[in-house]
Ligand binder design. Structure first.
Ligand SMILES: NC(=O)c1ccc[n+]([C@@H]2O[C@H](COP(=O)([O-])OP(=O)(O)OC[C@H]3O[C@@H](n4cnc5c(N)ncnc54)[C@H](O)[C@@H]3O)[C@@H](O)[C@H]2O)c1
Length: 347
């Protein structure tokens, strides 16, 4: 069976998604795209390299009976409605992070997905780094013994080239001027609900337990945003494990190479990058290293799309669906509340 797929929202992140769909072309075919921008649809069609139906109203795409599944990559404030519409149209769906803007919207999504019985995958692409998957397996096997602390990072120092205008050079230019990202009512917050969503679902995945308490501090250090550009969030789990998310658009994570996570346990220490996993048992001076040559962000999109196609075709629940996406959003909402109240919040 070849899955017939429609793409909804053909902006920046749809570019690596399309490479993922092309990679899965033996099992899935993109037959339609939807976007309010003709230009964006034209670019998507050119990248796909074959003719597709184009719709400026995504509801027309959802009305096409031949379409089995949709891939949604819209601005955050449109996620709830698009997911509910897709589920009610009986389409299997994967949707970009964050799930939506708040927990009331998440409850609407859960109801619609359950009522329709479609497969819904939260597009949590960073689960598919092999270092994350192998670390999870090692934790489940008990290789670290009792786990004490998990750090999860997604930090980058965003820099623009120096302006050649002497009066303005060195100054950060508006990164998201006049886009939905510069409007907190459309974003749902600042950096934390956007990029910070990734290290949060990674932390929950690795911990594998229910969060019980969240404390947070946020700041705006470098980017001219109304909301935070950086967040430090502590999560206590119900088995006592401590979790920490550090995420930023202003500064890089500690260490020379971008670090995804670091886990300390009774028997040693495990840490991961995009293409490497390090394991250092207590008493050893150097870590054992597993290399995943060639792994980068782009490959995680291809892997998540393979996983989605498998889930739909074989009829199983994807690794992360509405429940895990809601749990991630619950921590994020608690972190915003904790920042505002300057107190830890129970979840
Ligand atoms: N997984 C990741 O690493 C990652 C990275 C970047 C973005 N994202 C997520 O992907 C989503 C999209 O982000 P982006 O950076 O591609 O944004 P973008 O602004 O580049 O693209 C959004 C697209 O949606 C279209 N659009 C807006 N309103 C529409 C409507 N009513 N109907 C149809 N199309 C509409 C726009 O014309 C645009 O082409 C967001 O949820 C974002 O958080 C994920």
């Amino acid at each position: 069976m070849t899955l017939k797929v429609g793409l909804i929202g053909c902006g920046g992140i749809m570019t690596p998604h399309i490479e993922g769909w092309k990679n899965a072309s033996n099992r899935a075919e993109v037959v339609a795209v939807a976007d309010i921008s003709q230009e964006a649809m034209g670019k998507a069609a050119a990248q796909l390299g074959h003719p597709v139906q184009m719709y400026t109203d995504y509801r027309e795409l959802l009305a096409q009976p031949e379409i089995d599944a949709v891939d949604i990559a819209l601005p955050h404030h449109l996620h709830r409605q698009a997911i509910v519409d897709a589920a009610q149209a009986g389409k299997h769906l994967m949707s970009e992070k964050p799930l939506c803007l708040n927990l009331d919207e998440a409850a609407d999504i859960a109801r619609a997905v359950r009522a329709s019985g479609v497969t819904m995958m939260a597009a949590h692409n960073q689960l598919f780094f092999p270092s994350v998957l192998q670390a999870k397996q090692m934790l489940m096997q008990g290789d670290l013994g009792q786990v004490y602390m998990i750090h999860s990072f997604d930090c980058s120092a965003r820099r623009r080239p120096l302006s050649l205008n002497k009066a303005t050079w060195g100054k950060s230019e508006p990164v998201f001027s006049d886009t939905w990202r510069s409007d907190p009512s459309k974003m749902g917050g600042g950096e934390y609900i956007d990029t910070g969503y990734h290290p949060t679902y990674r932390l929950l995945f690795l911990a594998g337990k229910q969060p019980s308490e969240v404390a947070a501090m946020m700041g705006t250090y470098r980017l001219p945003l109304q909301e935070e550009d950086s967040a430090s969030v502590q999560v206590k789990f119900d088995d006592g494990v401590m979790g920490h998310v550090l995420t930023s658009w202003a500064f890089a994570a500690p260490g020379a190479r971008p670090l995804l996570f670091s886990i300390a346990g009774e028997a040693g220490h495990l840490w991961g990058e995009m293409d490497k996993l390090y394991y250092q048992p207590v008493g050893f001076q150097t870590p054992a290293v597993v290399e995943f040559a060639g792994w980068n962000y782009a490959r995680t999109f291809a892997a998540e799309i393979e996983h989605f196609v498998d889930a739909v075709v074989k009829g199983y629940e994807p690794l992360h669906s509405v429940d895990e996406a809601t749990a991630t959003l619950r921590v994020i909402m608690a972190a915003y509340a904790a920042t505002d109240s300057q107190h830890a919040v129970r979840v």
